[in-house]
Design a protein around this ligand. Structure first.
Ligand SMILES: [Zn+2]
Length: 203
C-alpha cells in the first residue's frame, strides 16, 4: 500500500484533468480529489477501533465492487447538492459517478503495484464476484511497515524504511502530477491564444 501522500498525488494528477469539478474553491476541490483517492484506506478505521488496525485492511473495501457502490452513493449526493445550486453543473448522475469511480480505482491500481508482505497478498479486486486476491508481479512501490496493535500503530509508521517508500512515491507520483499540471497549463494557454486570435479577426 502506498502512503496517503502517494494516493493524494494521484488525486491531484486527476484534478488537473478536471479542475473545479467538486468545488469552485481550489483548495476544497483539491481536498475532495485527495480524499476520494485515499478513501479505500478508511478500512483501517474499524480495525483501529477494535484494537487490530490491519484486521479489515485490504478486504472488500479494496475492490471494484466497493468502487461501484461508493461511486453510486457519492454521485447521488453530488446530484442532490448540485440540483439546488445549479441544475446544469454536473447534474447528470454518470459524470460524478465516473469521476468518483476513477479516483477510487486510482487507489486500487496503486495498491496493486505495491509490494505486500502480509498474507493474503494484494487485493480482492473483483469482490463480490470473486474473493481471489490480485497483486502485480513487478511492484513499483515499496511496502509500508506498520504495527498490528492499535496502541503503537501511528508511531510505528515513522521509520527510515517508510521514509524511503514515501520518497519513492513522491518521486514517481509527483512527476505524474507535475506532468499533468504542465499539460493543463499548456492546454489553457493554447485555448487562450486561440480565443485571442478569434477575437482579433472577429473585431
Ligand atoms: Zn489502500
Amino acid at each position: 500500500m502506498p502512503l496517503p501522500i502517494g494516493h493524494a498525488l494521484a488525486g491531484i494528477a486527476l484534478q488537473q484533468a478536471c479542475p473545479g469539478f467538486f468545488s469552485a474553491h481550489r483548495w476544497l476541490d483539491a481536498f475532495f480529489f485527495m480524499f476520494l483517492a485515499n478513501l479505500p484506506d478508511a478500512d483501517f478505521i474499524p480495525g483501529l477501533l477494535s484494537g487490530r488496525p490491519n484486521q479489515f485492511h485490504h478486504g472488500a473495501f479494496h475492490s471494484l465492487g466497493a468502487a461501484l457502490a461508493v461511486a453510486a452513493i457519492g454521485a447521488g449526493f453530488f446530484c442532490l447538492k448540485n440540483r439546488r445550486a445549479d441544475a446544469r453543473a454536473h447534474g447528470r448522475f454518470w459524470v460524478p459517478a465516473a469521476m468518483i469511480f476513477l479516483l477510487f480505482l486510482s487507489h486500487l491500481l496503486l495498491d496493486l503495484f505495491a509490494l505486500d508482505l502480509r498474507a493474503p497478498f494484494g487485493l480482492p479486486l473483483f469482490w463480490p464476484f470473486s474473493g481471489r486476491y490480485f497483486i502485480a508481479a513487478s511492484p513499483l512501490f515499496i511496502n509500508i511497515t506498520r504495527s498490528s496493535a492499535a496502541g503503537d500503530f501511528f508511531p510505528s509508521l515513522f521509520n527510515s524504511h517508510n521514509l524511503a517508500a514515501a520518497l519513492r512515491e513522491v518521486l514517481i507520483l509527483g512527476s505524474v502530477a507535475l506532468a499533468a499540471a504542465w499539460l493543463r497549463a499548456r492546454t489553457e494557454k493554447n485555448r487562450r491564444a486561440r480565443a485571442g486570435k478569434g477575437g482579433v479577426s472577429g473585431g
